[in-house]
Design a protein around this ligand. Structure first.
Ligand SMILES: CC(=O)SCCNC(=O)CCNC(=O)[C@H](O)C(C)(C)COP(=O)(O)OP(=O)(O)OC[C@H]1O[C@@H](n2cnc3c(N)ncnc32)[C@H](O)[C@@H]1OP(=O)(O)O
Ligand SMILES: O=C([O-])CC(=O)C(=O)O
Length: 382
C-alpha cells in the first residue's frame, strides 16, 4: 500500500461536470470552454449548465432565474443570527456559520431517509442555497459596519443584485457584466479541496446546508480560495514594481509561498488567471493611461516568478488577478473569498447532486505509523 500525500494524482471520483488539461491550460464546464462561457454566458445559465449538464432552453433559464430571484430574501431569524456575531467576524466565518444555520430553517428529514428520491427537496434547496449566498455576503458587509442590510431586488440579475445590495445604487451595467464573468470563472473546478469536502460531507447524507458550510470552511484557507485576499495584501506590501524582485527572492529564501502562484493541476498558467488578467487590463486601460500600481506590481511579480519558479511548473492561479479587479470595483478585501464562495456554490451543488446519484460513503484507509500494542498504566504508576 502506497501513501500519496495530499492524494496528488489519485482519482477519488468519476465526474461529468468539468475537465482540466493542466499541461495545456484548458478548463471546460460540461465540455464548454471557460473562455467562451465567460464571454457569452451568464452566471445563471452557467449554473444550470453545471447542475443539469446541458445549456438550458430560454424557458428553462427563465424559470430557474425566476426561482433564484424569488429566493434572495433571507428570513428575519437568520439576520438575527448574523446580528449576534461580533462585527470583527471575517465574512467567510459568518458565511460558514449562517449557511450551517440554514439547516434549522430548511430541514431535510425526507432527503435524509437516503438517496435521490426527493428530487423536489434537492431542487428547492439547490436554489435556496445559491440564491441566499449573495444576499448573506452583501448583507454582512453592511451589518459588520453597523448598518441595516439592503433588501434584495427581484428585477435584477444575480450579479446586478449583488452590486445593488452592496452599494445601494443602481448597478452599473458594465461592472455587473464584469462581475458576472468573474462568477462564471469561479463557479466550478473539478475535485478541488472544497469540492472534495462537499462530496465527503455529502456522502454521509448530511443536510445540504451543513455540506455547503463545510465546503465554505475548506475554501476559506489561504492555500485554497483564501489566497485571493492574501494576494492583494502581498501586492500592497510590495508596493511598487521595483520592489517585486527583492520581495519575492526574500520570500523564497524564507521558504514561504508566493500567494496566487502554483496549482496542483496546472503546470502552466491557469486559464482563468489569463482571462482575469485580460479583464483587469481592459478595465484599467479604460480608466486611465497608467496601469494601477497593484496591476503593474502583479505583472512584475509574475515575471520574476516565471524566472524563479517556472521550472517547477509554478505559474499564476485564479487567485492572482481577481483581487485587483475587486479592488478596482471598490470591494473590501474581506469580500474577495466570499465572492468566490458565492460563485462556487454552483459547482458545489452540482457535485453534491452528482454524488447523491451514485452515493457511497467516503471512507478511505490509512497506513498506521503509531506504536505497537501498549499496556495501560494506572495514573499513579506513570
Ligand atoms: C483557488 C485555488 O485554490 S488556487 C490555489 C491558491 N493557493 C495559493 O495561491 C497558495 C500558494 N500556492 C501553494 O501553496 C501551492 O502551489 C498549492 C497549495 C496551490 C498547490 O500545492 P501542491 O500541489 O502540493 O504543490 P507543491 O507544494 O508540491 O509544489 C511543488 C513545488 O513548487 C513549489 N511551489 C508551489 N507553489 C509555490 C508558491 N506559491 N510559491 C513558491 N513555491 C511554490 C513548492 O515549494 C515545491 O517546490 P519543491 O519541489 O522544491 O519542494
Ligand atoms: O483546483 C484547485 O485545487 C483549486 C482551484 O483552482 C479552484 O478550486 O478553483
Amino acid at each position: 500500500m502506497q501513501y500519496i500525500p495530499g492524494l496528488a494524482g489519485v482519482p477519488a471520483t468519476e465526474s461529468q461536470i468539468s475537465f482540466i488539461d493542466g499541461q495545456k491550460g484548458v478548463l471546460t464546464y460540461r465540455g464548454y470552454d471557460i473562455q467562451e462561457l465567460a464571454e457569452y454566458s451568464s452566471f445563471e445559465e452557467t449554473t444550470l449548465l453545471l447542475l443539469f449538464g446541458e445549456l438550458p432552453t430560454a424557458e428553462k433559464l427563465e424559470h430557474f432565474d425566476k426561482q433564484l430571484r424569488e429566493n434572495r430574501r433571507v428570513k428575519y431569524n437568520i439576520r438575527e443570527i448574523m446580528k449576534n456575531l461580533p462585527s470583527t467576524t471575517h465574512p467567510m466565518h459568518m458565511l460558514q456559520v449562517v449557511v450551517a444555520s440554514l439547516a434549522s430553517f430548511y430541514p431535510s428529514t425526507e432527503y435524509m431517509k437516503g438517496g435521490t428520491e426527493n428530487q423536489e427537496y434537492i431542487n428547492d434547496v439547490t436554489v435556496k442555497i445559491i440564491a441566499h449566498m449573495g444576499t448573506l455576503v452583501a448583507s454582512w458587509e453592511h451589518m459588520r459596519n453597523g448598518y441595516d442590510p439592503i433588501e434584495p431586488r427581484k428585477d435584477l440579475t444575480y450579479a446586478e443584485n449583488f452590486l445593488y445590495m452592496l452599494n445601494g445604487q443602481e448597478p452599473d451595467k458594465d461592472w455587473a457584466r464584469l462581475l458576472d464573468a468573474i462568477l462564471i470563472l469561479h463557479a466550478e473546478h473539478t475535485i478541488n479541496a472544497s469540492t472534495f469536502t462537499t462530496m465527503v460531507t455529502g456522502s454521509t447524507l448530511a443536510n445540504p446546508c451543513s455540506v455547503i458550510s463545510s465546503a465554505i470552511a475548506s475554501l476559506s484557507g489561504p492555500l485554497h480560495g483564501g489566497a485571493n485576499q492574501k494576494v492583494i495584501e502581498m501586492l500592497d506590501e510590495i508596493g511598487s514594481p521595483e520592489n517585486a524582485r527583492p520581495y519575492i527572492e526574500q520570500r523564497l529564501a524564507d521558504k514561504k509561498v508566493v500567494w496566487g502562484m502554483g496549482h496542483r493541476e496546472y503546470k502552466t498558467k491557469d486559464p482563468r488567471a489569463s482571462i482575469l488578467q485580460k479583464l483587469s487590463n481592459e478595465l484599467l486601460a479604460g480608466k486611465s493611461d497608467k496601469l494601477s500600481e497593484s496591476f503593474a506590481t502583479a505583472l512584475e511579480v509574475e515575471k520574476v516568478c516565471e524566472e524563479l519558479l517556472g521550472h517547477k511548473g509554478v505559474y499564476p492561479n485564479v487567485d492572482f488577478y481577481s483581487g485587483i479587479l475587486y479592488k478596482e470595483m471598490g470591494f473590501d478585501p474581506g469580500l474577495f473569498t466570499p465572492i468566490f464562495a458565492v460563485a462556487r456554490s454552483a459547482g458545489w451543488m452540482a457535485h453534491w447532486r452528482e454524488q447523491l446519484q451514485n452515493n457511497r460513503i467516503f471512507r478511505p484507509t490509512q497506513i498506521y505509523t503509531g506504536k505497537g500494542t501498549a499496556c495501560y498504566l494506572p495514573l499513579e504508576e506513570r
